[in-house]
Design a protein around this ligand. Structure first.
Ligand SMILES: [Zn+2]
Length: 487
């Protein structure tokens, strides 16, 4: 676990609301309060969000009123719906070309403590999944305690800069992760491994412990399995009981490689889909990542039973694992339950969903066009749907105030067709990822004027570098030892 001195050196004491340059600032505090509860986001030229029928709309010239953690109203900028003298903070989203607002994006699959492993494997000659999986434990063994905390803080803050406000963490660790999430203000779903690839000591008991524990308001729990062939039937029954009792998510890597699909048949005499079905685990609270080596018949079954699917095209191509059959999911009516994830930095170096949405588009071309609006849904409402978070993923009254603010006067948006502002959706996705200007999670500004309000990133980055080298040296030492033993 991390120390309080460590926390202190990484913490920002005052939010970066631009007090100095008053005439230029977008932040107008009406009271001398650092924690505004009633916020008016005024005059955004464009808001991109799904509507109540699930269609993606581009709303023009709107203001948003937020109270505490929630969006209370979205209304035309020229209407006086809110008494401005009663709000704590007015944020000017209209000045200097204005800002485009989107819901905070939802990352449905990540391994948060693996951030320190960037550069450890991605440039290896041997990129196939089975070899990679066997090497991961060498690193993960040393990423625990304060190293895991620093790793998680690096991972989550990078995601925040890409506009991601909710992260599903598939890992055996949770204490250090929640500590990091608390420091940087991220919304988390910690799916705790009942069977882990790299931490052999983990059992279902650790998941239960996390589910029972009192947690920060922005964290919730679930169960993760690394691969099904490593599980026994009693454990699957216990997990199903737990899922029913807590109404919580169960997630796993599913049919990720030909090898893992075959191992399941070898062990259980049946394929993964059938195994989950026999245990009552094909249901809307089950979330399957990758889902590459499945038949069309199995896809029909997964769609019918409303299982959530996480598509990870960059990870799949880097590890040569296979191609996700999106056209089949779409033709069976399952596209609304397909979300996107980054996976860890070992699989996709940039922790960003806009570039992942574009990767999805080019993965399925030229045979199939996944429309930009459908890609936008994958990283917003579809993510919320499969993570069982009905109050996330849209900018609308009653939804949590998780909002990303993007500068319109930027090549990632301009030029666009003013007569058809939906062209902004294609622009933001196809331009290759970008950094946000401001970010709000649960009604709180986490990033303002491109500066993190909670984490001192100029202290964090060298610390990540130091920890990386520390772990790298330990791994190298172990490798030499292992080679000597094998001689
Ligand atoms: Zn994964």
């Amino acid at each position: 676990m991390s120390t309080s001195a460590e926390h202190e050196s990484l913490t920002v004491s005052k939010p970066n609301f631009d007090f100095e340059k008053k005439s230029q600032t977008r932040y107008h505090l009406t009271k001398k309060s650092c924690l505004p509860n009633r916020i008016l986001i005024k005059s955004s030229p464009f808001i991109i969000t799904a509507g109540d029928q699930g269609q993606v709309d581009v709303l023009e010239n709107k203001s948003i009123y937020i109270e505490e953690t929630e969006i209370r109203a979205v209304f035309p900028s020229n209407e006086k719906v809110v008494d401005e003298s009663k709000v704590d903070l007015i944020y000017d989203a209209g000045a200097r070309g204005g800002l485009v607002l989107t819901p905070g994006f939802i990352n449905a699959h990540d391994h948060v403590p693996m951030y320190l492993m960037r550069s450890a494997m991605i440039l290896d000659y041997a990129q196939d999944l089975d070899r990679l999986v066997s090497k991961m434990p060498l690193w993960q063994k040393y990423i625990s305690g304060s190293a895991a905390f620093i790793s998680a803080l690096g991972d989550l803050t990078e995601q925040q800069r890409a506009g991601i406000t909710t992260t599903l963490n598939h890992n055996a660790l949770f204490t250090e992760i929640d500590e990091a999430a608390e420091l940087c203000g991220q919304r988390m779903i910690n799916c705790v491994s009942a069977v882990s690839n790299s931490r052999p000591g983990t059992t279902l008991e650790s998941c239960k412990q996390y589910l029972r524990a009192s947690k920060r308001p922005l964290s919730s729990g679930g169960v993760a399995l690394h691969y099904l062939f490593k599980v026994d039937r009693n454990l699957l029954t216990a997990i199903r009981d737990l899922q029913e009792h807590h109404q919580m998510l169960v997630t796993m890597h599913f049919a990720e490689s030909d090898g893992t699909a075959r191992e399941c048949v070898k062990r259980f005499g049946m394929r993964e889909t059938k195994l989950l079905e026999e245990h009552g685990l094909l249901n809307p609270l089950t979330l399957l990542s990758h889902v590459l080596h499945v038949t069309e018949q199995e896809i029909a079954k997964l769609v019918d039973t409303k299982v959530g699917i996480v598509h990870l095209p960059t990870s799949n191509v880097i590890h040569k694992s296979g191609i996700f059959n999106y056209p089949a999911f779409a033709s069976f009516g399952g596209s609304e339950r397909v979300a996107l994830g980054t996976d860890s930095v070992v699989s996709k170096s940039r922790l960003d969903l806009l570039s992942e949405a574009f990767q999805t588009r080019i993965t399925h071309l030229p045979g199939y066009t996944v429309y930009y609006e459908d890609l936008f849904k994958m990283i917003t409402i579809n993510g919320a749907r499969v993570l069982n978070q009905p109050n996330l993923g849209r900018i609308a009254p009653g939804f949590k105030a998780d909002i990303a603010f993007w500068k319109l006067k930027d090549r990632g948006f301009l030029p666009f067709d003013e007569d058809d502002p939906k062209t902004l959706i294609g622009n933001i996705i196809s331009h290759g990822g970008r950094n946000i200007r401001d970010l709000m999670v649960g009604g709180k500004f986490i990033i303002s004027n491109r500066m993190h309000n909670l984490v001192n990133e100029s202290m964090l980055l060298p610390e990540i570098q130091r920890r990386h080298m520390e772990v790298r040296k330990l791994v190298e030492r172990d490798k030499i030892k292992l080679e000597e033993e094998q001689k």
